[in-house]
Ligand binder design. Structure first.
Ligand code: CA
Length: 228
């Protein structure tokens, strides 16, 4: 099997070298770029399988690089994991809404980074289940067609909004959704949903899911995800 290529866009040389060392040790081919411009050129010329993208870059910053990658049909599907500093929640939210797959806060452990990177590559290889396909986790079955959720074989009563919310999160396990993304996805004409009301819906949904409620994880300052 051909080696998968990871592009590391990071202006701090020691971090870039550390990433390169760890990824090469795991059998990946690694390309480095120190600026956003260099990164974009490498994306176009070398077609990496995934990009690790620092947000704070001189010149063209990481968010702009992300926006441009997602804006071009040929580079649009490329998995992007943002590298961020603590306290950059607003930028993380923007990046996720621009279509970044995931983010990792510095300083990170190589083990965590590798796990997230593998998960992002795996998700890209496995297309999303169709909207109408039943979803199964260990103890839960979701039937979109019937608007039915079974917990250990027992049906539970959810409102339309709660159902849509659960279905959205479970369909992409491990994926962090921002509140705005959730609003856009589950919005319906008959039931207006606002940013803040999502939090209320989550509380109610967790309660109805009982011991499985903790599967829905709050990502502080960012949004929610269903644990992978
Ligand atoms: Ca930086």
């Amino acid at each position: 099997m051909a080696k998968e290529t990871i592009l590391v866009v990071e202006d701090e040389e020691d971090i870039r070298e550390l990433l390169k060392y760890n990824l090469e040790k795991e059998g990946y081919q690694v390309l480095g770029a120190a600026t956003g411009e260099e990164g974009l050129r490498a994306v176009r010329d070398r077609r990496p399988d995934l990009i690790l993208l620092d947000l704070m870059l001189p010149g063209l910053d990481g968010l702009e690089v992300c926006r441009r990658i997602r804006g071009e049909a040929q580079t649009q599907p490329l998995p992007i994991i943002m590298l961020t500093a603590k306290g950059e929640e607003a930028d993380i939210v923007t990046g996720l809404e621009l279509g970044a797959d995931d983010y990792i806060v510095k300083p990170f452990s190589p083990r965590v980074l590798l796990a997230r990177l593998r998960a992002a590559l795996r998700r890209r290889r496995q297309p999303l289940p169709p909207q109408t396909a039943p979803l199964k986790t260990d103890e839960m079955v979701i039937h979109p067609g019937r608007h039915e959720v079974l917990l250990k074989g027992q049906p539970i009563q959810l409102t339309v909004t709660e159902f849509r919310l659960l279905h959205l999160l479970v369909r992409k396990p491990g994926w962090v959704f921002t509140r705005t993304q959730i609003v856009n996805e589950i919005h319906g004409d008959d039931y207006p949903v606002s940013d803040r009301s999502i939090d209320v819906q989550i509380v109610s949904l967790r309660k109805k899911l009982g011991i499985f409620g903790s599967q829905i994880e709050t990502i502080r300052g960012i949004g929610y995800r269903f644990k992978d």
